[in-house]
Design a protein around this ligand. Structure first.
Ligand code: FAD
Ligand code: NAP
Length: 354
């Protein structure tokens, strides 16, 4: 990912053909908008969903502008694949491809067709009027005829310093078994999975195909996962459970060698030798900045009222990728819904313009 984002202030951009008068600037508590063009399509995010939406929208002459976000503790422009080394399951790369390389290519493809990119975050939105009003982290106001939200989700981590360090360098710590479990480094090893929900059960069952043994470490004495998933795990001879167990530290310099674990009741600590750690303690969708302007599921993911569509509760606002998908959470499915969102935005704008 090139660190130099192309920062284009709204007034320097080419006004799109679509252009309605700005709505009443007094709505909500957003800063008032200086005169600026109405963007046909603003895409928020920078993962596979955002760049695919941008490529499709740019090729459809929508002149899209992408707000790709900023580097923070949990997020990085380019999205979740920036944290990983090898991506082996994205079609078109039979030898695999580095996560950063893949994202660099997706961004370059969107740029090739004229996508404009701003290296800022969208901090607030106002979808109550039209055109929509978005406010960046530096308080710039952007007006948009249509919006694609592709802000992704972030895996929850245990918050241990060595966990983060080893995850960053591909040292055997991951939050996605489907993504990483088949990598040679995890084959025929003892692998630990932390968590007691459906994700942990799914990860453990998947990993059992490759590992010599999978150990589920759970902080309580019962799972919250559904019975069918629990039964599948408990019947698998390659999976065992260590109840009432907490991970205290991840051991290893360049590669994980083991875990320091503690008995929740007694606090007694011991070392568990493992060749991999998969953290499956839930995900958090990046929807906080929407502040109730788009209907969300109780879990925080964007509610999708129509099956197989990317429409949200607000006409003209579309959602793609992990921010609306708690189920698949893969780069290819994010890219697929990004494509759908751009096509839907194009058709929605065309219908409005009559
Ligand atoms: P994300 O990739 O989550 O990117 C969204 C980005 O948008 C954020 O990172 C941030 O930079 C930006 N953003 C967020 N909020 C704002 C805002 N308010 N304003 C502006 N920008 C914002 N999937 C696979 O298919 N294969 C794999 O091998 C694989 N490996 C993985 C390894 C790891 C370690 C992880 C964590 C995930 C992996 N995944 C893999 C899953 C895959 O990364 C995700 O499914 C995919 O990246 C989701 O894409 P997305 O476009 O929805 O958003
Ligand atoms: P989840 O249901 O919220 O479970 C998270 C698990 O992680 C819980 O067991 C929790 O322990 C544990 N946990 C949370 N924070 C922890 C911490 N800091 N340290 C140690 N353990 C911690 O999340 P999920 O499993 O990702 O599932 C999310 C949703 O997706 C659920 O609705 C689930 O049904 C659904 N899902 C469905 C499928 C499927 O049907 N195929 C697959 C995956 C997910 P406690 O139990 O003690 O709180």
């Amino acid at each position: 990912m090139s660190p130099a984002s192309l920062l284009i202030p709204p007034e320097a951009s080419t006004p799109p053909a679509y252009g309605a008068a700005p709505s009443d600037p007094s709505i909500h508590e957003l800063p008032s908008a200086p005169p600026c063009p109405v963007e046909s399509l603003v895409i928020i995010g920078s993962g596979p969903a955002a760049w695919t939406a941008a490529t499709y929208a740019a090729r459809a002459a929508l002149n899209p502008i992408v707000y790709e976000g900023e580097i923070s503790r949990d997020m990085i422009p380019g999205g979740q694949l920036m944290w990983t080394t090898e991506v082996e399951n994205f079609p078109g790369f039979p030898e695999g491809i580095g996560g950063q390389d893949l994202m660099d290519r997706m961004r370059a493809q969107a740029l090739r067709f004229g996508t404009r990119i701003v290296g800022e975050e969208i901090a607030k939105v106002d979808f109550t009027g039209h055109p929509f009003r978005l406010v960046t982290s530096t308080e710039k106001v952007v007006l948009a005829a249509s919006v694609v939200i592709a802000t992704g989700a972030r895996a929850n981590w245990l918050g241990l310093p060595n966990e983060e360090r080893l995850a960053r360098i591909g040292g055997g710590v991951s939050a996605c078994a489907v993504c990483d479990g088949a990598l040679p480094v995890f084959r025929n090893r003892v692998l630990a999975v932390v968590g007691g929900g459906d994700s942990a059960m799914e990860e453990a069952s998947y990993l059992a195909k490759y590992a010599s043994e999978v150990v589920i470490l759970h902080r309580r004495d019962s799972f919250r996962a559904s019975k069918v998933m629990v039964d599948r795990v408990l019947q698998n001879p390659k999976i065992r459970v260590e109840w009432n167990t907490r991970v205290v530290d991840v051991l290893g310099d360049d590669e994980i060698t083991g875990l320091r674990v503690a008995d929740v009741a007694t606090g007694t600590e011991r070392i568990l030798e493992v060749g991999g750690l998969f953290v499956a303690i839930g995900h958090t969708p990046n929807t906080g900045f929407l502040d109730g302007q788009v209907a969300l599921e109780p879990s925080g993911y964007i509610k999708m009222p129509q099956p197989w569509r990317t429409t949200t509760s607000v006409p003209g606002v579309f959602a793609a990728g992990d921010v609306m998908d708690p189920y698949y959470r893969q780069a290819i499915s994010a890219a697929g819904t990004g494509c759908m969102a751009a096509i839907e935005a194009e058709r929605w704008l065309a219908e409005r313009e009559g």
